[in-house]
Design a protein around this ligand. Structure first.
Ligand code: KG4
Ligand code: ZN
Length: 348
């Protein structure tokens, strides 16, 4: 027997219906039903389609997770659910389901922050989080640098994107290149056979003047426009576009800025550990570049395996288990879904 809390986590902030079950830092089940294929032909997530898909997938996904974990739902100590940020209608399905489950089982409920959950998930793979650590969260909806002292209490935002999120840039550039949605994994794959110095794309917010005001912020919309212009010019001149070279050069520009700013942020606070999370953390070049550059500065890097970087229920359960273990107060049963829940609010 163990005293570690058994927690079920529900994630529905975007297009993944995720249900995870963890005991302390041990992952027992991570079940994900994705509606990504239903959105592919629109080139982006359609909120109403996502909400309906969550509604249909929720009960079977919970049942599958419990079966995989080999537990009865009555065994769990708490239910955790993403209460925000995310798509309002999609969040509502998860929050309503979690409330029903918590009420039915007579267990506490924790409405948790999606970004803090992306940080906490790493404990399932690499053990307790170093405190403090510098977290870089890069996904389709967010790109932020955060100082994390205690993930159950709050995180301090140091910088974020001022326009597109990193994953959004990958998705938009992939679309320009005729690659399927979501584009990140396709760019990653194409880039492997491309030349990363073929085209010198701009590095947003890295000039001396920009650094004065936006030292730890990101901007990817100029880069996206530069890629679009380059592709248009080539097409006008009748030149066949080398997709692999464009993908590799674009990816290099994104990873260069992300790793440079993350290391600068960590160094500025004397932090020796960087944690990378969110869907873009699955990028092979980002992982390699971060490791190489951080090590050269005496900084350690932790990146969860790709399956835990993209949205899933395990990350929510992992944060829930940490909240229970540290004796944090649960949410009230009338907790709202908050599409713009601030990163400083870990539990709603
Ligand atoms: O965290 P996530 O699953 O959902 C959000 O909260 O947004 O991140 C999805 C994003 C998409 O933009 C996708 O293109 C990107 O992560 N992504 C990648 C890779 N795998 C997923 N971007 C670059 N390289 C990858 N290998
Ligand atoms: Zn996410």
């Amino acid at each position: 027997m163990t005293d570690e809390p058994l927690v079920l986590g529900i994630e529905t902030s975007c297009d993944e219906t995720g249900v995870g079950i963890v005991r302390g830092h041990t992952l027992l089940a991570d079940t994900v039903a994705s509606s990504v294929e239903e959105h592919a032909r629109f080139g982006g997530v359609v909120p109403e389609v996502a909400s309906r898909a969550h509604l249909e997938a929720m009960v079977p996904t919970i049942e599958r997770a419990a079966e995989t974990a080999g537990i009865a739902l009555s065994d769990i100590d708490a239910v955790a659910v993403t209460s925000g940020p995310g798509l309002a209608g999609a969040l509502l399905v998860g929050v309503a389901s979690a409330k029903a489950l918590a009420l039915g089982l007579g267990k506490p409920i924790y409405g948790v922050n999606h970004l803090a959950a992306h940080v906490a998930v790493d404990q399932l793979e690499h053990g307790p989080l170093p405190e403090p650590c510098l977290a870089m969260l890069v996904s389709g909806g967010h790109s932020s640098l955060l100082e994390v002292t205690d993930v159950t209490v709050g995180v301090e935002p140091m910088g974020s994107t001022i326009d597109d999120a990193a994953g959004e840039a990958f998705d938009k550039v992939a679309r320009l290149l005729g690659l399927p949605f979501p584009g990140g994994p396709h760019i990653d794959k194409q880039a492997r056979s491309g030349n990363s110095v073929a085209i010198d794309f701009p590095r947003g917010l890295t000039s001396r003047r920009d650094l004065e005001r936006h030292r730890f912020d990101f901007s990817f919309s100029g880069l996206k426009t530069a890629v679009a212009r380059w592709v248009e010019t080539q097409q006008r001149e009748g030149v066949t576009i080398d997709v692999a070279d464009v993908a590799a050069s674009f990816q290099e520009a994104v990873c260069d800025v992300l790793t440079r700013k993350a290391i600068d942020a960590a160094t500025s606070r004397g932090i020796e550990d960087i944690l990378i999370g969110g869907g873009v953390a699955a990028n092979s070049r980002l992982r390699a570049m971060a490791e190489e550059r951080a090590t050269a500065q005496g900084i350690r890097v932790r990146v969860p395996r790709p399956g835990l970087c993209t949205d899933n229920g395990a990350m929510v359960a992992a944060l829930g288990a940490e909240l229970v273990a540290r004796g944090r107060t649960p949410s009230l049963l009338d907790l709202p879904a908050d599409s713009s829940q601030p990163i400083t609010t870990v539990v709603a």
